[in-house]
Design a protein around this ligand. Structure first.
Ligand SMILES: Cc1cc2nc3c(=O)[nH]c(=O)nc-3n(C[C@H](O)[C@H](O)[C@H](O)COP(=O)(O)OP(=O)(O)OC[C@H]3O[C@@H](n4cnc5c(N)ncnc54)[C@H](O)[C@@H]3O)c2cc1C
Length: 78
C-alpha cells in the first residue's frame, strides 16, 4: 500500500527485499521512510528469521535476540 502523501514521481521508486528477518524488515521500514515502495518476500510462514518466537504446547520459545547489539551509534566511534 502506498503513502498518499508522496508525489507521483516518488511513488515510482520501489525496492524488493528477500527475507523478513530483522535486516529485511528494517530495510523495508527505512525504504518506506525514504519514499520507496517496499515489498518483502519471506519463504517461511512467519516473519522474524532467526529472531522469531514461537509456541509449542504450553511453552513460548524465544529463539533469538536477548540483547540488541549496535543500537548506540555514539559508542561505535570512540
Ligand atoms: C539463538 C540466537 C540468539 C541471538 N542473540 C542475539 C542477541 O542477543 N543480540 C543480537 O544482537 N543478536 C543476536 N542474535 C543474532 C541475530 O538474531 C541475527 O543476527 C539477526 O536476527 C539476523 O537477522 P537477518 O535478518 O540478517 O537474518 P535472518 O534472521 O536469518 O533472516 C533471513 C530471513 O530470510 C528468509 N529467507 C532466506 N532465504 C529466502 C528466500 N530465498 N526467499 C524468501 N525468504 C528467504 C529466512 O526465512 C529469514 O526469515 C542471535 C541469534 C540466535 C540464533
Amino acid at each position: 500500500m502506498g503513502n498518499p502523501n508522496l508525489q507521483e514521481k516518488e511513488m515510482e521508486k520501489s525496492i524488493i527485499i528477500i527475507g523478513a528477518g530483522i535486516a529485511g524488515l528494517s530495510a523495508g521500514c527505512y525504504a518506506r521512510m525514504n519514499g520507496y515502495q517496499s515489498h518483502i518476500f519471506e519463504h517461511h510462514t512467519r516473519p522474524g528469521g532467526v529472531a522469531a518466537t514461537w509456541k509449542r504446547k504450553d511453552y513460548i520459545i524465544d529463539g533469538g535476540i536477548h540483547w540488541l547489539m549496535g543500537n548506540k551509534p555514539k559508542e561505535r566511534d570512540p
